[in-house]
Design a protein around this ligand. Structure first.
Ligand SMILES: Cc1cc2nc3c(=O)[nH]c(=O)nc-3n(C[C@H](O)[C@H](O)[C@H](O)COP(=O)(O)OP(=O)(O)OC[C@H]3O[C@@H](n4cnc5c(N)ncnc54)[C@H](O)[C@@H]3O)c2cc1C
Length: 590
């Protein structure tokens, strides 16, 4: 379900529309033909006319030659296709499959992964729609939770021989790495992927953990509501965003994804069910975020909702000079009038800073539906403001804004389909983009995985805003990847793994680096360790989905484990779940 408004999709909506248009055309043609007394397809019509003519001439001899050109016309595209396929297979054979998969990945992605991703999306869309229409989820939820409890109790009865983890295959997650533990731990199947309830009076939505952000926006924006923090990629799940981390350009107002949650429902290590809120089982409530499923299994969450408006009025401001960038960015992040603040840094001293407010009014000449499949990739569109050094104002439909980086997976897709932003490609095939991250992972193979590990960085580091300038210098020295994503957030002073050093809320910033490092002699381990050291030194945090090269001591220097360890002991987690470090460290994933 990836839909703007009522179950249609800004990206994928187009093929549905196209399908509708082509269905309409087909029936119109048929109607015309029927009106003209035409019984069938054009080639049959032509052949029939010819036969009729010859029949009228009183001859049957023309039957064969008349049918031939029509058949030939049918055959020609099939023959061309077969020749192309043959040439392609020959090329693959000469170059070797591995060479093609690694160096010309776009071939595989465009031919196989894009259509497959589309089928995947359609399946999930239809499933979510049916579930929503039949309201089956709330009825089945309790039964499904009981089933999870049963699995945990059975694991206990069988002697708790190994740790437990969620049964979701590693390749299905957004994180680029797959946990090795999935093969050795007891997999608990958690088939919970539905929105349970929207309570507009209490301003709460209750959801199951596998609900995706695409699902949430499709439903909520269609009824005039939204999440205060709506992480960007369609496929991010509520469970992953709570147990891992979630952030968006509204986080300077509302905090991280965990900070808009008001209750968690969990199945614990002994199979019992517990609900926790800031006032009920509050220790557990604050310990759950970032714990990566090592305190229990999340089975539902309650999340705040706020009224949505139709558009985001977005200002683009190119800024030159690092000092000016940091000052402007800090200033805009502190202004509560801004609903959204985001920066894209294209080099150490060139950035575009975007600030937005939600609105129902629109100046039609400035409307830009950036989510449409034929539109330029968002980061490229933004870069134009820098290149032309001019400020801009646009009205972007809300859901298009939320998923603005989805089509290009921020800027990751340019490495996979280098011509993906070319207008011809966008108009012809853009409606199938992006390929699913899960399918990209599933099909990347060992060689490519290792190449990626050594020559590609995907990291989000969260550092205090006051250290932004120093942090950007360090990023430049240690990895040198551009563009860089800048997303501010307020970090409340609450118990748990992640909080500011002092007793007051502090403004932080997420620095996201995704791409190929340009430092000379880049060596993933040593460069990342250097960066991690810096982040620790300024009381920052590394997002746990990314490659983590810290040792255990360094990890617990970065994160506050006091409440976490207390609860692990109290809830009997030590024999049931690995420690969070053992789940996310470099050695635990491949
Ligand atoms: C290319 C890329 C782009 C990204 N973009 C963004 C972005 O725009 N915004 C953003 O905020 N983040 C982003 N992230 C990071 C993302 O927030 C994390 O990967 C996050 O953990 C969500 O991923 P997921 O939904 O696939 O969760 P998973 O990887 O499935 O889960 C994360 C952790 O939570 C645990 N978990 C999940 N569900 C449960 C459950 N029900 N019970 C117990 N434990 C559970 C899992 O075991 C795992 O340890 C991005 C990451 C990548 C790689």
């Amino acid at each position: 379900m990836k839909a703007a408004g009522s179950w249609s999709d800004p990206r994928r909506g187009s093929p549905l529309v196209a399908a509708r248009v082509s269905a309409h055309r087909t029936s119109a043609t048929r109607a015309n033909r029927e009106a003209a007394g035409d019984p069938g397809l054009p080639w049959r019509q032509a052949a029939g006319a010819e036969l009729a003519r010859r029949g009228a001439e009183g001859s049957d001899r023309g039957r064969e030659p008349a049918a031939l050109p029509a058949r030939r016309r049918m055959m020609e595209p099939a023959v061309s296709l077969a020749v192309c396929a043959l040439l392609f297979l020959l090329w693959v054979r000469v170059k070797g499959l591995e060479f093609v998969l690694i160096h010309q990945r776009w071939v595989f992605v465009c031919l196989f992964l894009l259509p497959l991703s589309l089928i995947f999306d359609i399946y999930y869309y239809v499933r979510a729609w049916v579930v929503f229409k039949l309201s089956s989820a709330p009825r089945l939820h309790e039964q499904r939770v009981r089933d999870i409890q049963k699995q945990v109790r059975e694991w206990k009865e069988q002697g708790s021989k190994t740790f437990m983890c969620t049964g979701r295959p590693g390749w299905l997650t957004v994180s680029l790495r797959v946990g090795k533990y999935k093969k050795t731990h007891k997999n608990i199947m958690i088939n919970l992927m539905d929105i349970l309830e929207v309570d507009t009076k209490k301003q709460i939505v209750r959801v199951e953990p596998l609900v995706t952000m695409g699902q949430v926006t499709a439903l909520l924006t269609s009824i005039g509501w939204t999440l205060p923090v709506l992480p960007e990629l369609d496929d991010l799940t509520v469970g992953g965003l709570i147990m891992g981390t979630g952030i968006e350009s509204s986080s300077h107002k509302y905090g991280l994804f965990q900070h808009i949650c008001t209750a968690y429902e969990l199945v614990l290590a002994d199979g019992s069910f517990v609900r926790c809120t800031p006032s009920e089982n509050s220790d557990l409530f604050y310990a759950v975020p970032w714990s990566c499923g090592t305190l229990g299994f999340l089975v539902a969450a309650e999340i705040r909702i706020i009224p949505a408006k139709k558009y985001v009025k977005l200002r683009f401001e190119p800024v030159q000079g690092l000092e000016a960038i940091c000052a402007k960015f800090t200033h805009e992040s502190q202004r509560q009038e801004n609903h959204f603040v985001e920066g894209l840094l294209y080099s150490l001293d060139e950035a575009v800073i975007m600030t937005g407010v939600m609105t129902d009014e629109v100046e039609p000449s400035k409307l830009n539906s950036i989510g449409n499949y034929y539109k330029p990739w968002f980061f490229k569109h933004v870069e134009n403001y820098l290149k032309t050094n001019r400020e801009g104002l646009e009205y972007i439909p809300l859901r298009h804004y939320y998923h603005r980086h989805t089509r290009s997976i921020f800027w990751e897709l340019q490495d996979i389909i280098p011509f993906g932003n070319n207008p011809i490609f966008r108009y012809l095939f853009g409606w199938m983009v992006p390929p699913k991250i899960s399918l990209l992972k599933l099909t990347q193979g060992e060689t490519l995985r290792k190449l990626y590990e050594q020559h590609h960085v995907v990291q989000d580091m969260l550092v205090p805003m006051k250290c932004l300038q120093q942090a950007l210098h360090t990023f430049q020295n240690d990895i040198h990847v551009y563009p860089i994503w800048l997303c501010p957030f307020i970090l409340p002073s609450q118990p748990g793994l992640v909080h500011p050093k002092g007793n007051e809320a502090e403004l932080y910033i997420d620095i996201g680096a995704y791409g190929e490092p340009r430092v000379k002699h880049f060596e993933a381990r040593s460069c990342m360790r250097q960066l991690e050291k810096f982040v620790r030194s300024v009381h920052g945090f590394q997002m746990l989905y990314a490659d983590c090269y810290m040792n255990r001591e360094e990890f617990w220097e970065m994160f506050d484990g006091s409440l976490y360890h207390k609860l692990r002991e109290k809830l009997g987690c030590q024999d049931a779940f690995p420690e969070v470090y053992d789940k996310i460290c470099k050695a635990a994933r491949h």
